[in-house]
Design a protein around this ligand. Structure first.
Ligand code: ADE
Length: 227
């Protein structure tokens, strides 16, 4: 899967995604990430990409032309249109099943805004999906884009190794994950639950399922209501 990220801060994206599991996935060719600097497409002689909002008000608005040309350059290279997600607090809130759907795509463009947003006219031309990562306002779309890439990329076949499987994790079946323990058997006076040492896999599965339900009821009862 290939992620194109339209941004004013390409180094922030690449620095953030080049490590750990996502970095390994890039090295192994399971995903590709290309951060494209919108500023490279400005026609302004001072390299400007923003201007004052019509009608007045605080802040600056990113201009349509550089954003449009940066997106068109991707389309021209690919030879076809590519879904374009604009990261904005006004979008639909991102959640696990959305990540699963996006993980089936071959290519996606993530558009990161800055300042007071992007000229509405270019959004109307190129954006297919408006996505927010939560009900709070950040200074730009870069962190949201990185969060989306991480959540989507780990669902692309080959990115996670078997031992990092996604089948038992939080939100699969609308349940939070059960608690995990590793050695030593006793730490700080606390012992690992006996059932996990029993070797009885059916009992372990039953205990884990019950713990998942209990945790979800306690911390995220809204997930159970969705069922
Ligand atoms: N840009 C600024 N805040 C954001 C948010 N919460 N989600 C997505 N993009 C954003």
């Amino acid at each position: 899967m290939k992620f194109y990220i339209l941004t004013l801060f390409p180094e922030m994206i690449m620095d953030g995604l080049n490590t750990s599991i996502i970095g390994r996935a890039i090295d192994n060719g399971f995903i590709e990430i290309e951060a494209i600097n919108i500023r490279d497409y400005t026609l302004d002689k001072h390299n400007k990409v923003d201007d004052y909002p019509y009608g007045g008000g605080a802040g600056m608005v990113m201009q349509a032309q550089p954003v449009y040309d940066a997106y068109q350059a991707i389309v021209n290279r690919a030879g076809h249109k590519i879904p374009c997600i604009y990261l904005t607090p006004q979008g639909k809130t991102f959640y696990q099943n959305m990540a699963k759907t996006y993980a089936t795509l071959d290519e996606v463009v993530l558009l990161c805004g800055h300042y007071e947003g992007i000229d509405e006219r270019v959004l109307e031309e190129i954006v297919t999906d408006y996505v927010s990562i939560g009900d709070y306002v950040l200074t730009g779309g870069e962190l949201p884009a990185m969060i989306m890439v991480d959540a989507i990329a780990r669902l692309v076949p080959g990115v996670l190794h078997n031992e990092e499987s996604t089948t038992q994790e939080s939100f699969s079946n609308n349940l939070l994950e059960y608690p995990q323990y590793t050695r030593p058997e006793t730490w700080n006076g606390k012992k690992v639950p006996d059932i996990l040492l029993s070797g009885n896999h059916a009992k372990v599965d039953e205990w884990r399922y019950n713990m998942s339900v209990e945790r979800t009821r306690k911390y995220r009862p809204d997930l159970l209501e969705d069922n």
